[in-house]
Design a protein around this ligand. Structure first.
Ligand SMILES: Nc1nc2c(ncn2[C@@H]2O[C@H](COP(=O)(O)OP(=O)(O)OP(=O)(O)O)[C@@H](O)[C@H]2O)c(=O)[nH]1
Ligand SMILES: [Mg+2]
Length: 468
């Protein structure tokens, strides 16, 4: 088996468990004939782009009447390569969604000559067939794994418009242009003058800053992929668990009037502005005698340190008569211990008990976990924080690279910086600079999953008309 003569593969494409529909997918040169072997009408010629309705049969296990055993009633879709997901001939059987049934159809495919598809093999074939670049293949995975709308939107943008791939391609062309000037003058010193080093630096610098901006935007956007942790902190009985429940619209946490109710950290997901927030309810902070409560409070501080955003609750009535910026005795010390760089919002809870004495402080947001007052403002604050963390709305800012892509991009940045500093060293011969530039190109190619040495050469000869 080779790239020219690949195996025909088959796999169950839907998740395990019971469902209305389950799909078995076959891809490869034998896909149509394997489907034929399973089809109830042995001589029905399948037309690509058509949908067929009928039965899958098991010819190895005939019934008493001598007819092949019926396996499942299905809808069958036929795609003739290259007009398919993988670029090969593809057949999809949409049967009833049961594990046993789908496994039985799959086994029939194997008996007819298909091989089990390793994980990701269909998308890998799509990539090898040039249907998508590597970042698009990864976007397919991202889309499937997306936990929120923001990540799904980034993934679909790259899948549809190849936003990332096209940006990387522009960088690649700029590096090749610089590389070509150097290689041409080094290989053909008689025909081509040595290029000005300052001009070469000017060629590299924009790519370097674009790559650095991309890495920075991606670091900022990491939460789009991973979500944001939001910790709810405060004194016992401030109403943290009540707020947690109110935001989730569910009675998830135990709420009582006993101070020290919550001990363990509770976490649940809440979606705000398309981003999954991991909301964390914690044990109220105080000098506790009880060993269990003390352990709980230790966890509160661990949560505070790892949170991206902190909501700190104080009971509104405790703020009566206090000036802006001043908090009651038991809160003052914990507030100073909150992690410095983490954005925080001070909340004055139980505002419903203050009907006649409104708080006039700009540094706290009045809310009531009981009546829902202030919840819209709180959500608005969270969305604002998310927008700020995400940086701008410009297309260049809308990247969230995975680990592999980040590693490639960072190595590429290092190589470009190396090239720049080599160029600044007049005693170094020019061809030394080709080493980091070649490496930068290799990283870019790895990022997109392609191979290029040839193209550098092509570019050298096409740009410079070296003659002969
Ligand atoms: N009136 C009023 N009561 C509230 C409000 N929020 C919470 N409470 C009450 O305050 C008490 C404590 O609420 P909890 O949510 O358990 O407080 P907590 O901060 O989680 O307390 P610990 O888990 O002990 O740290 C309960 O009796 C709640 O019903 C509110 O907005 N208004
Ligand atoms: Mg609680």
């Amino acid at each position: 088996l080779s790239v020219d003569n690949p195996a025909t593969i088959a796999a169950i494409a839907t998740a395990p468990g019971q469902a209305a529909i389950g799909i078995v997918r076959i891809s490869g040169p034998e896909a149509f004939s394997i489907a034929q072997a399973l089809w109830w009408k042995p001589d029905q010629p399948f037309q690509p782009g058509r949908i067929y309705h009928g039965w899958i049969v098991d010819r190895s296990a005939p019934e008493a009447t001598g007819k092949p055993a019926l396996v499942d009633e299905v809808v069958a879709l036929f795609f003739r390569g290259p007009n398919s997901y993988t670029g090969e001939d593809v057949v999809e059987f949409q049967g009833h969604g049961g594990d046993f049934l789908l496994q039985r159809i799959l086994n029939l495919c194997f008996e007819a000559g298909a091989l089990p598809a390793p994980p990701g093999e269909f998308t890998k074939r799509a990539f090898l067939a040039g249907k998508m670049d590597l970042t698009q293949a990864e976007s397919v995975m991202d889309l499937i794994a997306a936990r929120g709308d923001a990540m799904a939107r980034l993934a679909t943008a790259n899948l549809r418009a190849r936003t990332l791939g096209r940006q990387l391609e522009r960088m690649r062309e700029a590096i090749i242009a610089v590389q070509a000037q150097i290689v041409a003058s080094v290989d053909f010193p008689d025909e081509v003058d040595e290029p000005e080093r300052s001009g070469l630096v000017l060629g590299i610098r924009p790519v370097l800053s674009e790559a650095q901006a991309m890495a920075a935007a991606s670091r900022r956007n990491r939460f789009v992929r991973e979500g944001l942790k939001v910790a709810i902190l405060g004194q016992p009985n401030a109403g943290k668990s009540s707020l947690f429940n109110a935001l989730l619209a569910s009675e998830r946490a135990i709420v009582t009037e006993i101070a020290g109710t919550t001990r363990d950290v509770l976490t649940e997901t809440l979606h705000v502005a398309g981003v999954p927030l991991t909301l964390m309810d914690t044990a109220g902070i105080r000098e506790a005698d009880n060993v269990v409560e003390r352990l709980g409070i230790e966890r509160t501080w661990l949560v505070a340190d790892e949170a991206h955003l902190v909501l700190y609750l104080v009971e509104a009535r405790q703020l009566i008569g206090l000036a802006e910026g001043v908090f009651p005795e038991p809160d003052a010390e914990p507030i100073t211990r909150l992690p410095q760089g983490t954005p925080r919002l001070m909340l004055a809870n139980k505002s419903d008990l203050m009907a006649d004495k409104p708080l006039l402080r700009a540094d706290v947001m009045p809310i009531s976990a009981l009546t829902g007052e202030g919840m819209a403002e709180l959500i608005a604050w969270l969305s604002r924080q998310i927008r700020q963390l995400a940086g701008g709305e410009a297309e260049a800012d809308r990247v969230a690279l995975n680990h592999r892509q980040t590693a490639c991009l960072e190595r590429m940045i290092e190589s470009l910086m190396q090239a720049e500093s080599d160029l600044a060293e007049p005693s170094l011969p020019l061809d030394v600079v080709t080493v980091p530039l070649t490496d930068a190109l290799r990283q870019l190619d790895a990022l997109m999953g392609r191979d290029t040495a040839e193209e550098v050469l092509d570019s050298v000869f096409s740009q410079f008309c070296v003659g002969k």
